[in-house]
Design a binder for this molecule. Structure first.
Ligand code: HAM
Length: 460
């Protein structure tokens, strides 16, 4: 694909990357304007206002639950993901953006947020339990479609250092509460337990024996590949595999006592908090690091193929797999794009971009507008103006279109009199002149919530 990354190589990408040339800029122009790479999306205002609100709400929830923001690099040594997620995993073997940097190191753009957070934990040894939240882009070379992007964004949390089942409940409750806060009603929670190093081998043996018997009925891909990673067959959404795995042995029936007790406590906890959930024995999730609790939230207002609006689970072996001390962990990731698609589908969480409180119209050349907006903004007021010394009519039209509550007009007459004309644009009221030297104080009285009742937009 011509619009794909030039210098990044994604496994499975057979197409030649565009080569840098010395062609003059005119030749580049003839190729047409540069567009965003396929599978990516620009988020501009007013849509970006929803993103800001979403992240702010998530940050607040996470903070109230004791999580601190963690920022880690967007690229990591590729071996972090090879070791942490597993070489047999599609996200690593087929979808990861891997590249060799100029120093010859094998690097990768993060395909997800968990392994980097665990790497940071292993590197910095923060006191446990360590609770981190994040908002991050994630890169996967997938076939782009509605709700599936090559760069998507996740809100997530991770907790390291405890295996307490109450924490699983806390983490799931955090996500569930967030969907609820946004107004989503059609989100369904599935849970499962993936067992642990002790009971998993027994289960895998049973699953292998079952798949061997049914090999011929599996989808083309898994007929070839099931031996390498039999759990992936449970995750396969193709009808042939779905039909076979319906009858497959279930991990929950093979849990040892400790894992079964852990899972039972998680489910009791969810019940106690009124969090409706369903046991889904085939929920193994798309990444190979999971142990014990796994969970996924599906927005049923979206197409089934792309309706996971979040998911996560425990990964008690991940820290060790990437070279740290054995440390239990749990977390989730919520896909922002899909979450907003789900909000659209349910007609909830409509956020409007902020509009100016005042619009300064300067008919004297622009210097008054320059000074007044600076003063108002310093006082915490959202002030806009026109540029390029536009005509009175053009400036008033812009003021009106901006959505501002008031226009503050300075003409030659006002300038001479030391006043500013206040013209209500939205909520009625009379025009009046305000002394220039009390303008900022008046505007603060009108718009600053800490100084009086809000909004006093129509007051004159
Ligand atoms: P994941 O299920 O691969 O888990 O991704 C989490 C969420 O990101 C998905 O539920 C979905 O909403 C969104 N998502 C994933 N891939 C795409 C895509 N190509 N386009 C749009 N949205 C997408 C993880 O990444 C784990 N790190 C979650 C986790 C955290 N587990 C434990 N801690």
């Amino acid at each position: 694909m011509a619009d794909d990354q030039a210098s990044l190589r994604a496994p499975g990408d057979g197409e030649a990357a565009p080569v840098a040339t010395d062609a003059p800029p005119r030749a580049a122009a003839a190729e047409g304007p540069v567009r965003a790479p396929s599978g990516t999306k620009d988020v501009l205002s007013p849509e970006s206002a929803r993103w800001m609100d979403l992240v702010a709400r998530f940050a607040r929830r996470a903070t109230l639950a004791g999580f601190g923001l963690a920022l880690t690099p967007l690229f990591e040594e590729a071996r972090l993901f090879h070791r942490g997620i597993g070489d047999e995993n599609d996200v690593v073997s087929k979808e990861m953006y891997e590249f060799t940097d100029r120093g010859g190191r094998a690097m990768a753009l993060r395909p997800e947020g968990t392994a980097p957070i665990v790497r940071a934990f292993v590197q910095h040894h923060p006191p446990v339990p360590w609770k981190a939240w994040y908002v991050t882009p994630a890169f996967r070379y997938e076939r782009p479609q509605a709700g599936r992007y090559r760069q998507h964004h996740q809100l997530g949390v991770e907790v390291l250092g405890t295996d307490d089942a109450d924490l699983d409940v806390e983490v799931i409750a955090l996500a569930a509460g967030f969907y609820e806060e946004l107004g989503l009603q059609r989100v369904e929670l599935s849970v499962n337990s993936m067992g642990c190093a002790e009971d998993r081998p027994r289960y895998l043996a049973a699953l292998r024996a079952f798949l061997e018997e049914h090999e011929g009925e599996l989808c083309d891909e898994h007929r070839q590949r099931w031996r390498a990673n039999p759990l992936r067959v449970l995750d396969c959404k193709r009808p042939q595999c779905r039909a076979v795995t319906e009858q497959a042995p279930k991990m929950v029936d093979h849990l040892d006592e400790a894992c079964a007790g852990h899972f039972a406590r998680v489910r009791r906890g969810l019940d106690a908090l009124g969090i409706v959930h369903r046991l889904e024995p085939r929920l193994v999730r798309g990444l190979d690091y999971y142990t014990r609790t796994t969970f996924e939230f599906a927005a049923t207002a979206l197409e089934a193929a792309q309706n996971a609006v979040g998911g996560g689970g425990r990964y008690n072996g991940l820290a060790e797999a990437i070279g740290g001390d054995p440390t239990p962990g749990i977390g989730f990731g919520i896909g922002i794009e899909r979450l907003l698609l789900a909000c659209d589908a349910e007609g909830v969480f409509a956020v409007e971009a902020p509009v100016p409180q005042v619009f300064v119209v300067d008919l004297t050349g622009g210097e008054q507008a320059r000074d007044i907006v600076a003063e108002l903004r310093r006082a915490g007021i959202f002030a806009e103006r026109a540029y390029d010394n536009r005509s009175a009519k053009a400036q008033l039209r812009l003021a009106d279109r901006s959505g501002a509550t008031l226009a503050l007009i300075v003409g030659e007459k006002e300038l001479a009199a030391g006043t500013v004309r206040r013209k209500p644009l939205r909520f009625g009221g009379d025009e009046l002149d305000i002394p220039r030297d009390t303008l900022v104080a008046e505007m603060r009285l009108m718009f600053d919530p800490s100084l009086g009742p809000q909004p006093r937009k129509g007051s004159s």
